[in-house]
Design a protein around this ligand. Structure first.
Ligand SMILES: [Zn+2]
Length: 74
């Protein structure tokens, strides 16, 4: 295993890190609902991908029903 001969100063280490940065995700408009959506991903708002429903998105009413069912159980 190679070994590092000398440690870098704080500033040298930080200078190297100036090239690390967060990359903004590539967003497109969802053709179904018009909201911003990640490219090549299922829309988080309507659950559509390539013009057809892929994922079921719970509505507020469905959520409420679930919550009430849970409350009844306990
Ligand atoms: Zn959508």
């Amino acid at each position: 295993m190679p070994k590092v001969k000398h440690r870098h100063s704080k500033s040298r280490g930080r200078k190297g890190r100036t090239h690390y940065k967060a990359v903004a995700p590539a967003l497109t408009k969802c053709p179904q609902c018009g909201k911003a959506r990640k490219m090549h991903h299922v829309c988080a708002y309507c659950g559509y991908f390539k013009g057809r429903p892929v994922k079921h998105i719970e509505t507020m009413e469905e959520r409420k029903e679930k919550r009430e069912k849970k409350k009844k159980k306990s």
